[in-house]
Design a protein around this ligand. Structure first.
Ligand SMILES: *Cc1c(COP(=O)(O)O)cnc(C)c1O
Length: 371
């Protein structure tokens, strides 16, 4: 039986091969590999796509968050709050700028930051909140802003999983002070290597990020500050320019797949993703919940269906964050879902018959195993 993988980057390449190859060839022919026309054009196009004034191409999504935090003026002693159920790329930047990382529990329905719990972890030294649009669904931005805006706390969107998602008819990317995107190959908009971007409406912030990503300079050999080397490169930008033109269609396919999954699975005893009123998820991941997660995963695997867990161990319990002093029981919702979540195959080129086969597998499992 044909295997169904969690993602399939090859299938996408086959469909746009000629355009991609031409774009790569053009960069190689030009011999201009760093901060040339492709990056400039992509930055303009991606900012326009997000409905924001500026996009700055960065070497990765993690670096995009680091540079956004630095540009916001985060300092040692400042606190930065985010959810514990996310990828470590959200939180490494906090340590890198020397700030103190503070976790917050999530909403059991959306898996995004729970504003009520956020209220409880904010202190006088909290300087920023990183709102992750997890699995492609926007975080509850208005409720978060209501808490942090009066206190002058900055809002950074971690948009790594949500390119093109909408929050009350507005694309995510300009809902806070800065939004950070990742173009890691498996993301909704993925490069053929690492890449990222900071998107913002603030010219000042954009200018600082531009300087920081390029050795702290505007001009060659005139370094105003110590920056880093983290630039989106020309090859990746040229590839992303081709792919950006397909992003809406691909996201539409993901939404179509999600709907088909939900239609078939809602009759079974699994919890399906709950898209919230006013929000338009782009289903970077389609995540279901069941107490029989591990057995189901094994069952599907035997039928050639790959699944994932995002994420199996919450960040507050990771060895890397032992020094923060958190323990089991600190974030009950995060810890509960961690044992039950399962990511089903999701990518635009997935077929309806793939989805039907996956749902049939889950149905069979439920009948035979999950009484
Ligand atoms: C992928 C991802 C990142 C990091 O992006 P990289 O480009 O891999 O550095 C950060 N946050 C979230 C939620 C992600 O999914």
């Amino acid at each position: 039986m044909q295997k169904i993988t969690l993602v399939d980057l090859g299938a996408q390449y086959q469909r746009i091969k000629q355009e991609i190859n031409d774009a790569i060839f053009e960069v190689v022919e030009s011999s201009n590999f760093i901060l040339g026309k492709a990056v400039q054009n992509f930055e303009k196009e991606f900012a326009a796509y997000c409905g924001a004034s500026h996009a700055i191409g960065i070497g990765s999504g993690t670096d995009a968050i680091t540079l956004a935090l630095r540009a916001l003026g985060l300092e040692p002693g400042n606190r930065v709050v985010t959810a514990a159920n996310t990828f470590i790329g959200t939180t490494e930047p906090v340590g890198l700028v020397g700030a103190k990382l503070v976790f917050c529990d999530i909403d059991p329905v959306t898996y995004n930051l729970d504003p009520e719990k956020l209220e409880c972890v904010i202190t006088d030294t909290t300087r920023a909140v990183i709102a992750v649009h997890l699995y492609g669904q926007p975080a509850p931005i208005d409720a978060i802003k209501k808490i942090i805006e009066p206190r002058g706390i900055a809002l950074v969107e971690d948009a790594a999983q949500a390119h093109g998602a909408e929050y009350y008819n507005q694309r995510i990317g300009s809902l806070g002070h800065a939004a950070c995107f990742s173009f890691y190959p498996g993301k909704n908009l993925g490069a053929y290597g690492d890449g990222g971007a900071v998107v913002t409406n603030s010219s000042e912030l954009a200018d600082r990020v531009r300087m920081l990503r390029n050795h702290g300079r505007h001009q060659k050999y005139e370094h105003e500050i110590e920056g880093v080397n983290s630039r989106l490169d020309e090859l990746q930008a040229a590839i992303l320019r081709v792919k950006l033109r397909y992003l809406d269609a691909w996201n539409e396919r993901r939404r179509h797949h999600a709907q088909r999954y939900t239609e078939q699975l809602s009759a079974l005893a699994v919890i399906t993703p709950a898209e919230q009123p006013g929000l338009r998820s782009v289903y970077h991941l389609y995540v279901i919940r069941t107490p029989h997660r591990d057995a189901l995963r094994e069952f599907l695997n035997k039928r050639g269906i790959s699944t994932g867990i995002h994420y199996p161990l919450p960040l507050h319990l990771q060895p890397a964050y032992k020094h923060l002093g958190y323990g089991v029981g600190d974030f009950p919702v995060t810890e509960a879902i961690t044992k039950e979540i399962l990511s089903l195959p999701m990518y635009p080129e997935l077929t309806e018959s793939d989805i039907d086969r996956i749902c049939e597998g889950i149905r069979e499992f439920m009948i035979t195993h999950a009484k």
